[in-house]
Design a protein around this ligand. Sequence first.
Ligand code: HEM
Length: 422
Amino acid sequence: MATLASSLDRIDLVTPSVYQRGYPWADWALQRREAPVYWYDRPGVTPFWSITRYDDIQAISRDPETFISSRRLVVREAGQGDGGANDPSLTVPNLINMDPPEHGKYRNATSRRFSPRGMTILEDRIDEIAEDVIDRAAEHLVDQLTDRREMDFVRDVAAKMPMAAICELLAVERESWEDIFRFTNEFLGSEDPEYQRGRSRRETWQAGIRGLQGYFTAHIERKRREPDESVMTTLVQAEIDGEPMPEQDILSYAILLILAGNETTRNATSGGMLALIEHPEQFERLRTDPAMLDSAVEEMLRWTSPVVHFARTVTRDTEVRGVPMQAGETLAMWYPSANRDEDVFERPDEFDITRSPNEHLAFGGFGEHFCLGANLARLEMRSVFRHLIGKLDGFEVEGEPERLASQLIGGIKRLHVSYGVV
Ligand code: HEM
């Protein structure tokens, strides 16, 4: 019989292909129960503390002096880059891998634009985009007799909305949306053979980042010449300590917004859709009572938790849950695991759109780096599902959903569905 130590030691949280089979729920549950602060040490991986409980992730996120982001932001197999500010594949540090006090200055440059109030400017536009996306889906017709339609929900809905929203936010012209989408996939999905197309992970990643840099270098110049109401213009005009924000920083800021806003929301939307289809009684409940939309979106976020982890580096000797940690060691916070923590959520493995309270950690642990785009993501998801339940119904999944091979973003690559029109 396997001992506890050997059961823990065979857990693999770092190899991207593990996630093609879905999230390792049982492994995280075992760690939460038996070793919530677990020293993850495997050949080919720089060792780190694996953190799986809600309270610990929240406490770490709220102490950005002891647990910094700049050194190591992601855990990977050896030689794949760590996403930290010193990662040679990133030309400059950006918001997500900055630390206080620098971080606050850069965050303040745009944070008002992402507040619930700031979002009201975008509300109508997002709603129009969502309506257009769903109307197009309603036009698909595959079977004249049954009036059934088919689509890849990821391609046709879940991916369209966030890309359009973020492009809108940054005033990217329509004809460039497709390019931006491809570069984003290459950068964030670089582990995935489909996006690699014969290239190594690093080459794929670099192709994506170079494409984005090329586009945004020119875009910054355009916005200097022709300022407008967009967040891009806010960035171009931003000041740090009374000086204009350096061009390199504007560039990496814009690229971070594109990257952070795209795949995350896409996967929360497609994962949320899959959860609704798999729980038809909940889907029906939402349809008959659209006032549930806000809490349904929160539950989709908790359930899908599309960001799998972020890492931190310990700056001084400290302890987490009584386990001593030394300065220089790193840790990874597994957000989906926190969102199934049985000490915090009743019936954590049940999908329940009426769940309340639902203080999930899908957007992070309510600390210094809490997701800047949380209000935007919520707005997008509400708009998509509001139009969807009003216009389409009878959804069925056709075949197996295909999942992304990534230990950073939990994603569904393809979700073929059939459906009817209300
Ligand atoms: C469902 C969709 C999304 C999820 C699940 C998500 C999740 C996260 C998480 C877990 C973090 C790190 C939090 C932490 O370290 O405490 C984060 C940070 C961030 N997110 Fe999101 N995100 C989503 C959508 C967006 C959107 C739409 C945007 C933007 C336009 C965005 C922009 C950012 C930025 C800029 C940061 C870095 C903030 C900082 O370092 O201060 N995200 N997000």
